[in-house]
Design a protein around this ligand. Structure first.
Ligand SMILES: C=C(O[C@@H]1C=C(C(=O)O)C=C[C@H]1O)C(=O)O
Length: 252
């Protein structure tokens, strides 16, 4: 691949992606001038891969259905097996009394995960809006750190998904919108692995917070390996997503 054709990669700008960035930086892949890396909120990672501004993204799995062609190019993901501690439905009321939910504009996967759980697990009827006075709201990523105790009712969506399905979950996967040369895929995957294997090193370098356990988050809550159970969960999530979309078309 020539230098003019660098592979454009969009990664998520949240703390949970730092191990991947640490691996990419320490692997030497950047010095070879084969990739061009940008950091974006999840919704923009998705948009960039959909509209072709990026070739590869750490893209929210809900956006995969918008790609006419995609390939999941890595063994790593942003996942969780049980509570993830950064994807919440924060609520003023117990879930069975919630009538309105505000979605998070930075999210694609978790907004839809909330809708799936609301329709199929909690079996309640709610409206989705962007009102600041909704009964409940979805919030993801670093903006949730330290906020868990600020609301009377708190639902961790990866934990609720596990209660519902018995499965772990994958929020975002490394996907391309075109075939990527095998050699580059392997090198990129190795770079990601290096980061995941060296999280302890990374944690020594990042500032700790008194209101959130970053070590626990990066070592135990985020589960980075895209294993068979997460692949199974992805297929199940995508089939629920299809149902949701069909229902909303029927309503329209
Ligand atoms: C666990 C998380 O996973 C994220 C959730 C996403 C979404 O809801 O669309 C997308 C990418 C991931 O970064 C998180 O960021 O808190």
């Amino acid at each position: 691949m020539s230098h003019l054709n660098k592979i454009k990669i969009s990664a998520v700008s949240y703390t949970n992606t730092k191990p991947f960035l640490f691996g990419i930086e320490h692997s030497g892949i950047l010095t070879k001038n084969i990739i061009d890396l940008s950091l974006d909120i999840p919704a923009d990672c998705a948009e960039k891969v959909i509209d072709g501004r990026a070739d590869v993204g750490l893209i929210p799995v809900a956006a995969l259905v918008k790609l006419p062609y995609y390939e999941i190019i890595s063994d790593y993901c942003i996942g969780a097996n049980g509570a993830v501690n950064s994807v919440f439905l924060f609520s003023l009321k117990p879930i069975n009394e919630v009538k309105t939910v505000r979605l998070d504009t930075e999210s694609r996967t978790s907004n839809n995960l909330a809708k799936i759980l609301i329709s199929n697990y909690w079996n309640i009827e709610t409206e989705y809006n962007s009102d600041t006075n909704s009964d409940a709201f979805i919030l993801i990523g670093d903006r949730t750190f330290g906020k868990k105790h600020n609301y009377p009712y708190v639902y961790d969506l990866a934990e609720e998904w596990k209660n519902f399905t018995g499965l772990p979950f994958a929020f975002a996967v490394w996907a391309s919108n075109k075939p990527i040369p095998e050699g580059i895929k392997n090198e990129f995957n190795e770079a990601l692995k290096l980061g995941i294997d060296n999280r302890e090193e990374l944690l020594k370098k990042i500032d700790k917070r008194s209101d959130f356990d970053l070590d626990d988050y990066l070592l135990h809550k985020i589960d980075y390996v895209f294993d068979d159970k997460k692949k199974q969960a992805l297929q199940l999530y995508l089939s629920y997503l299809k149902l949701l979309n069909e229902e909303s078309i029927l309503v329209k």
